[in-house]
Design a protein around this ligand. Structure first.
Ligand code: AMP
Length: 421
């Protein structure tokens, strides 16, 4: 009798390997709680239209890589090829947006794509990812990227990875760019492949993703999306870059980065690794301000990333040590937009020292932020106003005991190390 084996592109994770998986999962859980994110678990299969409507009909994923079938009652079902769409579906279905103005979620689990298997590319692979709903502000983009950076740092992978950043503008910007790009391509359209010609009508931006050398050559003089940014798009991008610099996160600006999925708006980013071969994308993400609405919910801006667990494990050396993240839960109350860089710098320092810190990406009043800190059961509130910034101090309020002290900003980490000893 012939032996039954795993299906092409799928792998057993054997006992000798599971400790490394558990180690990586632990880091993801720990960093998730350090930033105040909670885990969400959604089903492995969903209605097919969830992915065709969000990821996009003419993307590789939807057009040729999904495992889809008709259920006995005629419903079209699909093994999830990614998790953002399922998380958004769940967010809408359970009205998660009504229970808190910012929802911070993360996930870990298998995804399925019928790609040609090769090193770093499986048909069943595992992803982890983070999604934040509710804030369209650039500090939220910076926080999502900081989470990715923190995970890479914890795994000592930050030296071998590079962050590429781009903005693909808001919807109006992309509409105008789309037309300009079509005008540019039209005279040479017959020299493009069948697939690019199809994309010309459905999604011309994706033609910029082409790998074909002769198409790349024609596209060399193509207009750049940055020429079509609105003032707000430009400001948003500049703020994201500024906040990343405050947190010492190195990045490169790559105007060619468009990413394959249809739902992105403004910020898109990707971390690639020197230690991977041809499939060098370790983690990718972006802002998706219209996705909740596209899938039938109320307008809610969002941003997130997804990363491949197998690719992480390929580049991680050894089995790692125990993570040292502390649970002391701090809510950072920031009084106005001007002092955001100081707030981001200080909370980043606290997290690097192992403390769990939540910041408000909605720029709400200090009163509303204090209310939120209590609602989330934070143990401490850090209060930063203009006076504190002027004097290089910060107020530390113990929310359990109720007392409040003013300390020097340079003593902040030391103060918390002492408090939690
Ligand atoms: P994407 O949703 O395509 O942006 O993918 C996010 C991340 O998932 C990538 O950066 C990879 O690390 C990982 N990934 C995507 N497709 C595969 C695959 N077929 N096999 C293994 N990892 C993958």
């Amino acid at each position: 009798m012939s032996q039954i084996r795993t299906i092409k592109g799928t792998h057993d994770i054997l006992p000798g390997e599971t400790d490394r998986w558990q180690f990586l999962e632990k880091i993801i859980h720990d960093i998730g709680s350090m930033f105040g994110y909670q885990e969400i678990r959604t089903p492995i299969f969903e209605e097919t239209k969830l992915f065709s409507r969000s990821v996009g009909e003419d993307t590789d994923i939807v057009s040729k890589e999904m495992y889809s079938w008709k259920d006995r009652d005629g419903t079209d079902l699909t093994l999830r090829p990614e998790l953002t769409a399922p998380v958004v579906r769940s967010f809408i279905q359970h009205s998660l947006g009504t229970s808190a103005p910012v929802q911070r979620l993360y996930y870990i689990g298998p995804s399925f794509r019928r790609e040609r298997p090769q090193k770093g590319r499986q048909r069943q692979f595992h992803q982890f990812g983070f999604e934040a709903f509710g804030s369209g502000n650039p500090e939220q983009d910076a926080e999502i990227i900081a989470i990715a950076w923190q995970i890479l740092s914890e795994l000592k992978l930050n030296e071998s990875t590079a962050l590429q950043l781009n903005s693909i503008g808001s919807k109006d910007c992309r509409m105008a760019y789309r037309e300009a790009l079509k005008e540019f391509i039209r005279p040479n359209l017959d020299q493009f492949s069948e697939i690019s010609q199809k994309r010309f009508n459905t999604n011309p931006l994706r033609i910029m993703d082409t790998k074909a050398a002769h198409e790349k050559k024609i596209l060399e003089g193509a207009p750049s999306i940055s020429e079509f940014y609105s003032d707000e798009d430009t400001r948003h991008l500049e703020s994201v870059q500024n906040f990343l610099s405050v947190m010492n996160i190195p990045f490169g600006f790559n105007p060619g980065l468009v990413r394959g999925l249809d739902y992105y708006t403004r910020t898109v980013f990707e971390f690639t690794s020197d230690l991977l071969g041809a499939q060098d994308a370790l983690l990718g993400g972006g802002r998706y301000d219209n996705l909740v609405e596209t899938l039938g919910g109320r307008y809610t801006p969002g941003i997130g990333f997804a990363a491949g667990m197998e690719r992480f494990l390929m580049v991680m050396k050894g089995s790692g040590q125990k993570s040292t993240i502390s649970k002391a839960f701090i809510y950072f109350v920031c009084s106005n937009e001007e002092i955001l860089p100081t707030a981001l710098f200080l909370s980043d320092g606290l997290r690097k020292a192992g403390f769990s810190v939540i910041t408000d990406p909605l720029r709400r009043s200090m009163k509303a932020q204090m209310r939120e800190a209590n609602k989330l059961n934070a143990r401490y509130a850090l209060i930063l106003g203009d006076t504190e910034v002027e004097q290089n101090t910060i107020q530390v309020k113990d929310l359990k005991v109720g007392d409040q002290v003013s300390i020097s900003q340079s003593d902040l980490i030391h103060h918390f190390q002492h408090l939690t000893k």
